[in-house]
Design a protein around this ligand. Structure first.
Ligand code: TIU
Length: 230
């Protein structure tokens, strides 16, 4: 029999079979978290996303000790940008006078070319570097399921439940939870281990996840979750 863990969550307790649950750490990359990265250039406030690193590290280490499967994702593109949706480039185009960003995907920033695979800025921050054996999914979209092997790798491990954390709440975290929910995964976001570039966006994102008896899933607080997994 697979041991099941039950944690307090919204809209009601989230229960998950340990052996069938993965932790999904979304896009904790230097480009989204550090000064001079893609998020910073986009105008994102870095305070909250940087403050989410320590709680995310605690969650990651506790899940490692509990033996959960660990999946990390990274958003980024091939150096020739052939996998970059035109919408991402067009909406960000630095056309004169349109008020858009000074630099776009593929431009050279302080940590290498922005959101390009293999560049220093594209990789995960030092404190959250994947361990050997943990899966890293490179994705070109906001959601981690589209155009990736994530679904196949979760199925290969018979995963049915996901604990989800990472940045940004409003963007890749939310999109991935919605994609996972449509594919039949039971998802629980971890409040202190996700953050975004706008506090109100985070609040609304989390409320939308658990609204109406769990429209897209559950949201749990970190401390009781850590206690239940310890
Ligand atoms: N723009 C923004 O808030 N985020 C992203 O583009 N990617 C992620 O959320 N990872």
């Amino acid at each position: 029999l697979v041991p099941t863990v039950i944690i307090p969550a919204k809209p009601y307790d989230f229960s998950f079979p340990l052996a069938k649950t993965a932790l999904l750490v979304i896009d904790m990359q230097r480009d989204f978290l550090l000064d001079g990265g893609f998020g910073h250039i986009q105008g994102g406030s870095l305070e909250a996303v940087q403050a989410s690193v320590a709680p995310t590290q605690r969650l990651l280490n506790t899940c490692r000790r509990a033996g959960l499967a660990i999946f990390h994702t990274r958003e980024g593109h091939k150096p020739d940008l052939s996998d970059c949706p035109s919408s991402k480039l067009i909406r960000q185009a630095a056309a004169p006078g349109n008020g858009q960003h000074k630099k776009v995907i593929g431009d050279v920033g302080d940590m290498g070319r922005l959101l390009i695979r293999g560049e220093y800025g594209h990789d995960i921050v030092d404190d959250l570097q994947p361990f050997p054996g943990e899966v890293v999914i490179d994705k070109s979209g906001k959601g981690a399921f589209w155009n990736t092997t994530l679904m196949h790798k979760l199925k290969a491990k018979a995963i049915s439940h996901l604990l989800v954390c990472g940045v940004t709440s409003e963007c890749c975290f939310a999109t991935t939870i919605r994609e996972a929910n449509d594919r039949g995964f039971e998802c629980c976001g971890v409040e202190e281990a996700t953050a975004g570039y706008n506090a109100n966006f985070k609040t609304c994102t989390l409320q939308m996840i658990y609204w109406s008896q769990g429209l897209f899933g559950f949201v749990a607080s970190l401390e009781p979750l850590l206690k239940c997994l310890a």
